[in-house]
Design a protein around this ligand. Sequence first.
Ligand code: NIG
Ligand code: FE
Length: 401
Amino acid sequence: MTGPVSEAPGSPSGARSTLVTDIGELVTCAGEGSAEEALGIRQEAALVVADGRIVWLGAAADAPAADQRVRLGGRCVVPGFVDSHTHLVFAGDRSAEFAARMTGERYDGGGIATTVAATRGASEDELRTLLRGRLAELRAQGTTTVEIKSGYGLDVATEARLLTLAREVTHETTFLGGHVIPPEFRSDRAAYVALVTGPMLGAGAPLARWIDVFCEPASPHAFDADEARAILTAGIAAGLLPRVHGNQLGPGPGVRLAVDLGAASVDHCTFLSDADVDALAGSDTVATLLPGVEFSTRMPYPDARRLLAAGVTVALATDCNPGTCYTSSMPFVLALAVRELRMSPAEALLAATRNAATSLRRTDIGRIAVGSRADLAVLDAPTHLHLAYRPGVPLATAVDL
Ligand code: NIG
Ligand code: FE
C-alpha cells in the first residue's frame, strides 16, 4: 500500500476544494438499522471537501472536478474519533500509583489530590505545553474532536485557568469543580459544595459548555447524590449542560441522577442495577464506557452487552487522565471494547464516532455525510476491522484536508 499522495496539477495554491479518491473502504457511520448497516460502508467511493465540510460523496466514477486531489492508496476512511471524555489539562506524574495498583492497591480517587497539587503549582505556559503535546498524541491516533474537563484545580483561579486553556483547543469544555473534595475542605464538605456552586461556577460557566460531577458515594473523596444534584442543578441554572461520572467504583445513584436531570451522558457505568439499565433505556442519556479505566485499575469491565440488549446508546471514550487511564488512544479503547466488552467491531466503531457525537449532542461530527464536518481518520489498512484486529499498531491518523 502506498502512502497518501496529494496532487494539485495546475491548481492555484490555497485550493479550496479537495477530491479524495482511492479509498479502500469508506465507513460513513451514517447508515440506519443494525450496527453493521449503520456503518454505511461504501466501496469505490470518493469525497469532495471544501471549507472543512463534506460537499459531495458518491461513486468515484462520478466524482466532480475539484481544485486538488488526494489519493489514499487503498486505505480505509472512517469518521474521525470523538473522544467525549478526557482530563487533558494537568501537571505531574502518577506512574508510581499505577505501579502500586498493579501489585494490589485499589483505586478510590485519593490520588487526584496529587495531580491537583502539581497542577496548581504549574505555570499557564507549562500547562499549555503539556496540553498541546497530549492533543497531538490524540490526533496522531485518529481523534478529531475532544471533550476536555477541568477538575485538577479545585480552586477558583486554577479551575478558570484550566478551562481557559481547554477552550483554546476545543469547544467541548467541561467544568468539573465537582471532581473531588480538595484536601483543604476535607472537614467541611458543605463549604466546598458552596464554593463550587457559587464563585467557582461563576468563573467557570462562561468558559464551559458542560458541567460534570464525580458522583460516587463509594469513594470518600467524591460526591454523594445530594451534593452531586446541587452541583449539577447550579450548573444547569448557569446555562451549562449536564454530564455525570457515575457508578464507576460501585453501585450508586449516578446513573439515575443523570437520567433524572436529562444529562447528555453518564460515564463509566461499571456497576449497574436493573433499574439503572431500565432508566437509561427509557432516556436520551448516552452510556459512555471507558474500558481503558478498568484495564488500568484492574477493575471488572462494564457490561456493554447488557446495555446494548436493552437498547441503550453506548459510546466509548479514553478518559485520558493521569490516575485511572493515561492513554490517548481511541483505537486501543476500541480494541478493548471488542476483546473485553464483547462489542462487535461495528458496535465499537459506532460507539467511538457517531454515538460519542450524540453524547456531546452533536450531529455534525462522528459520521461522514454531505454537510458534516470533514473530520476524517485514515487507517493504514484496507478495512475498519483492522482497528481491533491489530491492537497496539498505529494504523489511524487524523487527516487535514
Ligand atoms: O474519570 N473518576 C474520576 N475521575 C477520573 C480519574 C481522575 C484521577 O484519578 O486523576 C476518572 O476516572
Ligand atoms: Fe473521567
